[in-house]
Design a protein around this ligand. Sequence first.
Ligand code: WT7
Length: 711
Amino acid sequence: MNDIKNKNKNNKNAVNSEGVEATEAQISVYWKEEAPVSPSVKFIAQANMSDSDIRERFKMENFPECFREYADMLTWDKYWHTTLDAGNPPFWKWFVGGKINASYNCIDRHLAKYKNKAAFIFVPEPEEESHIAITYQELYARVNEFSALLQDFAGLKTGDRITFHLPMVAELPVSMLAAARLGIIHSEVYGGFSGQACGGRIADSGSRVLVTIDGYYRSGNLVDHKANADIAVERAKSLGQPVDKVLVWRRYPGKYVSKSPMVKGRDFFIDDILKDFRGKYTLPVSLPAEAPLFIMYTSGTTGKPKGVQHSVGGYLSYVAGTSKYIQDIHPEDVYWCMADIGWITGHSYIVYGPLALAATSVIYEGVPTFPDAGRVWRIAERLNVNIFHTSPTAIRMLRKTGPDEPKKYNYHFKHMTTVGEPIEPDVWKWYYEVVGKKEAVIVDTWWQTENGGFLCSTIPALEPMKPGSAGPGLPGIYPVIYDENREEVKAGSGRAGNICIKNPWPGIMQTIWGDPKRFVNTYYSKYNKNKDSKDWRDWPYFAGDGAMDASDGYYRILGRIDDVINVSGHRLGTKELESACLTVPEVAEAAAVPVIDETKGRIPAVYITLKPGFEDKEREVTQKVISTIEKEIGKIAKPKYVYIVPDMPKTRSGKIMRRVLSAIPNKFDIGDITTLANPEVVEKIRLLVQGEAPVITRKRPEDLEHFGEER
Ligand code: WT7
């Protein structure tokens, strides 16, 4: 998944539908341009950033000093002397000479004004359990006690690594902020990952302490989570990394809900040990700005996951700045990001960004549609949430299960975010009209784990929204689109290419943990102009996404460049096919994958789920899907198969696993599905597509090796 270099080399000089020579990076784009939508006067009046001078302040001539504006939102123990040290590309150092602590910035400095305000509100999945508000004062106490425990009981110190394998519970940010207080580098492994996956990450990061929990709720079940810890420790050991302590939070302190036995001398209940640390404090450690704050593994299931390393000073500045200007977070707001803290979105925009701004951040334990399609809107109503943040997949799922539910609840959002994948204009409109009640602005934020924070989005009070487009580069972010020949693809040319960022920014990752070579190869080699150059201008960041720049400077993101289907040399983006399918009214979700074909090379197959009530319309919908694709895209894109399936296989972050869907009709090995939210659906789909016959698997050809790889 990493060495995107040399990919697609078979398709040089293919010919596209207009008979024009197409370069490798050229991906067909079929979405129509949508009319811009303006933010309301009411939103603008209260926005953090309504000064049109901002683009001027962050213009290229003012780089890198413009980013002082973000760093100045924080409290520094010592002010920095060099804003950007770019002397050793592409290992950028931000705010050099500065000293800072993230835990202090997210908690201590807010106490004078906000100690009685909720920092987090934990919403348990069982609806009969009360919400728990944790004030800044209470968070301060908990974080201090746990950091004292990490120091004195677990023997950890600045620079050590610690692995968390925690779900969506308040103990997760408590653990993160306690580690950050001491400069212990945390590595949170998404709670839905298997013990095996966790063990691999423990070993890679060199952690000898694992923090877990006995259980948590998902879809009404109390999941036994501690069992994963035993597998993780075994796996880490087999990879040469001993774990000497497993610290176990309990979902209900004092009551153990897991069946997995506690290992004597290794496993400890945190609530027991904390008794010895009641009222204890630790001093926040003053760290150099470029000290690592955390590692976040990108979740490839093939290829070794990459430990993306983020810095304390640069990262925190960037998430604070973007939370303020793009998320428009004020201390008075009730902000709910429905992502999981186990992903970068949660690190940046549930924990570090919002807390740096003294916000109230909601943590929801469970599944959005549990126990019914109204749950999300009931939470929003009850807590008076006014900023809402989620993904297109979640929006599609909420629309599928309850298209009219939002109307039944009395909540009002001023601001909504979408992140994680391209959002079809049709889905955008439902989000805007039904969820946002035409009152809320929407920001479509494009970025990656590697980036720390948003790269493209509109500034909500200043720039109109355009459904289907993320928007311009953020202040101080200068995107560019290159083709495979390293030529710039001009705005408004109607051509797509590889989106890159010309300049470094404070939120960019520092390196891949333990593998700086891979870091340079993956993100910089492709478009580096001269590997000996010490000038940052020669080192554009390669994101690995296809994109197109409309003439207005708004970027439309087309998805991973690997996710294309090459039909007789025509490169069809999976997103274009899927969005065409979604214009069929009965269709709830669509996923397009390539199927190997003797004559045409690859032909699309599409998987469809139906909206409730249309289950008996299979034949009709199949016909409609085919004719719509032919009409919207062309005969060349006609799918070989249309499979109507009960559900899509999804990661627990909500991404459809196209890798799995492409394996089935092609008879590739299906691979690891333990990280799926709904692994049981895979066999159902396999039966539907392959039937009962024994299956002889075949090897993935080179061009499809990385197709649909989830990140
Ligand atoms: C990939 C990064 C960092 C946020 C969560 C995902 C895709 C992300 C958008 C968007 C179109 C998007 C890209 C990117 N992506 N946001 N607004 N529009 N595509 O983080 O797991 O690191 O995935 O998600 O393909 O490369 P991630």
